[in-house]
Ligand binder design. Structure first.
Ligand code: CA
Length: 246
């Protein structure tokens, strides 16, 4: 059995930004969203390095470590590349990026996550958040200090507590067993800050065409007055029986 992704992406500047610091990759094995962290220099460069460092996984044969091992190696390489870029050009010191990516190999799907770009699974009529935001407000929610609803409008909701910046970091890694017909969503916070989960769920259900679905989600963020860069990947799982050549 072999799993591939059929994925589509859409991205927009948003209503209050002059540059798009989000970066995105869609392929049959790898999908990724990275959000260069605003307010720091060269966020655009950091997100681009992160996504390009992972892109080779799309065509590389899975190694002995499976998709999780391959992702770990690629993320370490991305972090090293960010560090080398800063060392070569101190003007970009402090550049950083979120990263949420999914890699399929054989019948497994591995996820890496750091920052506040999210990964969701739409399966059997139910939307499940697969990632935990590395944010100050998520910490408050975890401690029971504020509710999820309060977190959505908290003045410090965009404060991220972990990013890729070429230094010590602890991305979260998880492994999933994808099912035929699953639909995965990756997105930058430009979507989730502007559009409630129930609207996202309805759109994933109603827009069967993945390209239309990605465009529609971005449009919903803009319609809601979304100020931030918004980037969306909609990835449909296709499980194929493959005959291994002898
Ligand atoms: Ca953002």
């Amino acid at each position: 059995m072999s799993v591939i992704l059929r994925a589509a992406a859409a991205s927009n500047l948003g209503l209050a930004r002059e540059t798009n610091e989000d970066a995105v990759h869609v392929g049959e094995r790898l999908v990724a969203v990275a959000d260069g962290v605003g307010g720091l220099p060269a966020g655009e460069l950091a997100s681009d390095i992160a996504v390009r460092s992972l892109a080779a996984l799309d065509t590389a044969a899975p190694g002995g470590g499976g998709p999780l091992g391959a992702l770990r190696d690629a993320v370490a390489a991305a972090s090293a590349r960010i560090r080398e870029t800063v060392e070569a050009n101190p003007a970009v010191e402090g550049m950083s990026t979120t990263l949420t990516a999914m890699l399929v190999a054989d019948d497994e799907l591995a996820i890496v996550h750091i920052g506040d770009s999210r990964g969701y699974l739409w399966r059997s009529g139910k939307l499940t958040l697969l990632t935990r935001d590395d944010t100050y407000v998520q910490g408050l929610v975890d401690q029971g200090v504020i509710s999820l609803e309060q977190a959505r409008v908290h003045p410090h909701r965009s404060l991220v507590t972990q990013v890729l910046q070429g230094k010590e970091a602890s991305p979260a890694y998880t492994l999933q067993k994808p099912h035929d017909g699953d639909r995965y969503l990756l997105c930058s916070d430009g979507l989730t800050d502007a559009v409630p989960d129930e609207v996202i769920a309805r759109t994933l259900r109603d827009e069967s065409d993945r390209h239309e679905c990605a465009e529609r989600l971005v449009q919903l963020a803009l319609d809601a007055g979304g100020p931030d860069n918004v980037t969306v990947v909609v990835a449909d799982v296709v499980v194929a029986d493959v005959t291994v050549p002898t």
